[in-house]
Design a protein around this ligand. Structure first.
Ligand code: SF4
Ligand code: SF4
Length: 72
């Protein structure tokens, strides 16, 4: 099965949690840390479970998420 890399820019993320709510594989969690704007950003806590559906990237209002297939 293909592997995917989930990259979330912690300085762009506003911590809205939409990405976490739509992920069918519970890949995304919220970071306990706070970014420069005062938001707790999302991060790929279980990136190995990502199926590359891209729902998180589509729902993100700030375009903070990039999904790439390994090897591409
Ligand atoms: S691409 Fe799909 S499975 Fe992967 S983190 Fe985003 S919502 Fe979850
Ligand atoms: S949807 Fe975008 S802005 Fe909202 S928590 Fe996820 S990465 Fe951050």
């Amino acid at each position: 099965m293909a592997k995917f890399t989930v990259t979330i820019d912690p300085e762009v993320c506003k911590g809205c949690e939409l990405c976490r709510s739509v992920c069918p594989k519970s890949v995304i969690e919220m970071n306990g840390a706070v970014n420069a704007k005062g938001y707790a950003p999302a991060f790929a806590a279980r990136a190995e479970d990502c199926v590359g559906c891209a729902s998180c990237g589509l729902v993100c209002p700030d375009g903070a998420i990039e999904i790439t297939k390994e090897g591409e």
